[in-house]
Design a protein around this ligand. Structure first.
Ligand code: AMP
Length: 483
């Protein structure tokens, strides 16, 4: 029989959050992993992309957070985009329990992060380099860590990151629960498991395969190097996708293709490591908000990034890593939706295609010549759709407030005015009708602060009070735009 979230004996605020998130039932990986992590067992989990892995560790971590203590869970991920996504999901799960989760990654001012870590933060999602920096500076205290999760573990335990991972593993409390997660994980991680984990058993969540073949149709198409761009356009028109990701193997190729497609009038954005962090974050955010319909990316978007409605993935270059093929195409056909993945290959790619097919255990279906008729018809439809998106792209983004009982309030004063979390809690709980239970996560920044007001009391509060006094200073309040 299928389990329900209630069967895990979770905190009522977590159950409520899952209800608000519209998670009706635990996914397969959640059914397997949640009870184990709750029982404080180490886990190594192989589960297909988009199967709900994040919540499978996010839920038990939130359940076991002691709200009065600082950092109790550390989650490391390979990219900054993924760090933000994981942080958002965990924040949503824990928000009603007043759990604060932070994303810590490179290219952000370290001072701001230090300040953030000094406040109460229960869960940290980080990229390896920056967290090691904080450990070195002694600006994060790892003594209370109960859970240490390595997401996309096969990548993180690979040559580039393994030393960093061992460094962290040696710093966190020995008794902390450890979890390794990925869609592609194999015995290469044995060494780490033997040395640091209490298990070396891979929990292989079977969905027939690493991704559901019924959900993603895979094709390949042969092209000469010169015809690649023409073929790409034809595929897009023929497939007429809602939105699509095109993967290239290098930053330079992404940039070049982006310029070409922009010149040709496509509604396109790029994503690669040479872009500033802000631009990268906005690209993903705008893509999620449907402000454009084509994202060209290096493998930074290959792992973990979840965008609803990507109906097509095109490999403009054949990935050099067979595992990356799986991660790339897993951006489509997520949860219960369907998608298509088309790989363009040239003579030079035969070796890599063979490797991928061997790894998959089947041959990717070769796409026959694209029919001119289909291309022409699709072009009209695709261009019409793109125009529509372009027309609406300046519409204000409506941020879905998942928890309607919570209102995030902006306060125009912060650390510079010597305001601390405790002062905000004190001031708000002194307001008539508001008590401690109604005050959720509080965040104090340099010149402003934010406070969650729970139990449907926030809207009325901002209507009634445009200003309040905190520590004898008059501060302005308003509903946060990001609510
Ligand atoms: P992930 O594999 O963690 O990237 O999750 C894929 C998507 O599934 C995310 O958008 C999650 O918010 C969503 N999700 C996770 N668990 C559930 C669930 N039990 N029911 C419905 N959606 C879920």
């Amino acid at each position: 029989m299928n389990k329900k979230f209630e069967d895990f004996n979770l905190d009522k605020y977590i159950i409520k959050a899952l209800y608000n998130l519209n998670y009706k039932m635990p996914s397969k990986v959640q059914e397997e992993v949640i009870p184990r992590l709750l029982k404080k067992e180490d886990v190594i989990v192989k589960s297909k992309t988009g199967s709900g892995k994040t919540a499978s560790f996010g839920i038990p971590i939130c359940e076991n957070i002691d709200i009065e203590k600082n950092v109790q869970a550390l989650i490391v991920v390979p990219t900054r985009e993924l760090a933000l996504q994981v942080k958002d999901e965990i924040s949503n799960i824990g928000r009603l329990k007043k759990i604060r989760c932070s994303a810590i990654f490179g290219k952000q001012p370290i001072k701001e992060q230090i300040r953030e870590l000094k406040q109460r933060v229960h869960i940290v999602v980080a990229t390896p380099g920056r967290i090691i920096d904080h450990i070195g500076r002694n600006t994060i205290n790892l003594d209370d860590i109960k859970y240490f999760i390595i997401d996309e573990a096969d990548k993180m335990l690979n040559k580039g990151f393994i030393e960093d991972m061992e460094f962290i593993l040696n710093k966190i409390p020995k008794k902390s629960v450890k979890g390794l997660f990925s869609a592609t994980i194999d015995d290469d991680i044995q060494y780490i498991c033997d040395k640091y984990l209490k298990t070396s058993n891979i929990l292989d969540i079977k969905y027939n395969d690493v991704f559901d073949k019924n959900q993603i149709i895979e094709n390949k198409i042969k092209s000469s190097e010169n015809d690649k761009y023409k073929n790409l356009k034809n595929i897009i028109y023929r497939e007429n996708p809602t939105s699509l990701i095109i993967f290239c193997n290098t930053k330079d190729k992404v940039k070049k293709l982006y310029e070409n497609m922009k010149k040709d009038g496509f509604l396109v954005e790029e994503l690669h490591g040479d872009m500033s962090q802000d631009k990268r974050i906005f690209a993903i955010k705008d893509f999620k908000n449907n402000k454009f319909n084509i994202l060209i990316s290096t493998d930074v978007a290959a792992r973990g990034i979840h965008v609803d409605d990507i109906s097509l993935v095109i490999n403009y270059d054949v990935p050099r890593d067979k595992e990356n093929y799986i991660h790339r195409i897993g951006r489509t056909g997520r949860k219960d939706s369907y998608g298509k993945a088309i790989t363009i290959f040239t003579d030079k790619d035969d070796k890599y295609i063979n490797e991928i097919e061997e790894y998959l255990g089947y041959e990717i279906k070769l796409l026959e010549e694209l029919k001119i008729d289909d291309i022409a018809k699709g072009k009209i439809k695709f261009e019409k759709k793109s125009k529509e998106i372009f027309k609406n792209r300046n519409n204000k983004t409506i941020n879905k407030n998942i928890h309607s009982e919570v209102t995030k309030i902006y306060i125009n004063a912060g650390k510079k005015k010597k305001i601390r979390v405790i002062d905000i809690v004190g001031a708000f709980s002194n307001l008539p009708g508001i008590n401690n239970e109604d005050i959720g996560v509080v965040e104090v920044q340099d010149s402003c602060s934010y406070v969650d007001i729970l139990n449907y009391k926030g809207e009325g509060l901002v209507k009634k009070y445009k200003e309040i006094s905190i520590k004898k200073k008059i501060v302005k309040l308003r509903k946060d735009r990001q609510n």
